[in-house]
Design a protein around this ligand. Structure first.
Ligand code: G3H
Ligand code: 13P
Ligand code: ZN
Length: 309
């Protein structure tokens, strides 16, 4: 099966009240861990590549790894550019075989965001590629950009944005944030479900995307610190809140930090218990298994997309 767009995935997810996991990939073990879990759970899948991942691994290597995963699993997989910073990066991914791109114009003015997003949509749609836009800004660290606080999405702007740009899905800011430190120690995690409901009312049937949706599960932070890490207290989005969102108009949930934490905990544990090891296959095997089990956990506990491939 060739790569697919997210169009049919989102239509079914919206109707049946679940979400598709969009997992960030940077190397072979991550691609394999994610796709092995999705295969065993028979789950539809979005693999996403950031500008940083393209710089780290090179476009062609990631493309070939994802093609290998397609051949190996036979799953419906959508290959998506995460946080496309500009038209050129989106164009390069569309020309290079991606089936979906995000143009992240969220740091621009409303008018400039519309103009940039529309330009990407015109190029993408003419080539059968779908586009995710963003309105509102998440807090947190993403590549070199550190945004201090949220700018929640203004529901009053979403209809005009979708109509004028022609985007296929929309990322909104309701209190999730990028990275492992989403709330301050002692702070109670909260999301603005009122904004999500208002947006959904104004865009019936339209797929909404949540970024910054890692749960930062305490046992993984504890494992990192048990085996020599020095991570400060980290708090993520509770799984039950995300499960609730997945039942609504939220059709795509982005997860990266939880994969990083699981992988790092596994590698640290391996070296702590096998201090003489120096064969990368020995420490990357538990790392790949940790990715696989984390993705399975997301499919079952958060996304609800098991058996929906
Ligand atoms: O939202 C950002 C993703 O976690 C990707 O992170 O830009 O460090 O690859 P990255
Ligand atoms: P997390 O940092 O919460 O995993 O979010 C990832 C993300 O939004 C990628 O676009
Ligand atoms: Zn993101």
């Amino acid at each position: 099966m060739p790569l697919v767009t997210s169009k049919a995935m989102f239509e079914r997810a919206y109707k049946e009240g679940y979400a598709i996991g969009a997992f960030n990939v940077n190397n072979m073990e991550i691609v394999q861990g994610i796709t092995e879990a999705a295969k065993e759970e028979n789950a539809p899948l979005i693999l996403q590549v950031s500008a940083g991942a393209r710089k780290y691994a090179k476009h062609v290597y990631l493309m070939k790894l994802v093609e290998a995963a397609l051949e190996d699993t036979g799953l419906p997989i959508c290959l998506h550019l995460d946080h496309g910073p500009d038209f050129e990066t989106c164009k390069s991914c569309i020309d290079g075989g991606f089936t979906s791109v995000m143009i992240d114009g969220s740091s621009h003015s409303f008018e400039d965001n519309i103009a940039l997003t529309k330009q990407v949509v015109e190029y993408a749609h003419a080539r059968g590629v779908v586009v995710e836009g963003e309105l509102g800004q998440l807090a947190g660290v993403e590549d070199d950009v550190n945004v201090e606080s949220h700018s929640y999405t203004d529901p009053g702007q979403v209809q005009e944005f979708v109509e004028k740009t022609g985007v296929d899905s929309l990322a909104i800011a309701i209190g999730t944030s990028h990275g492992a430190f989403k709330f301050k120690p002692g702070q109670k995690p909260q999301l603005r479900f009122d904004i999500l409901e208002d947006v959904s009312r104004r865009l019936p049937g339209f797929p909404i995307v949540l970024h910054g949706a890692s749960s930062v599960i305490p046992e993984f932070v504890a494992a990192i610190n048990k085996y020599g890490g020095q991570m400060p207290d980290a708090i993520g989005i509770p799984e039950d809140m995300l499960r609730e969102a997945a039942k609504s108009s939220v059709c795509k949930i982005n997860i990266d930090s939880d994969l990083r934490l699981a992988m790092t905990a596994a590698v640290r544990e391996h070296f702590a218990t096998h201090p003489a090891d120096f064969d990368p296959r020995q420490y990357l095997t538990p790392a790949r298994t940790a990715i696989k089990e984390m993705v399975r956990r997301k499919i079952v506990n958060v996304l609800g997309c098991s058996g929906k491939a």
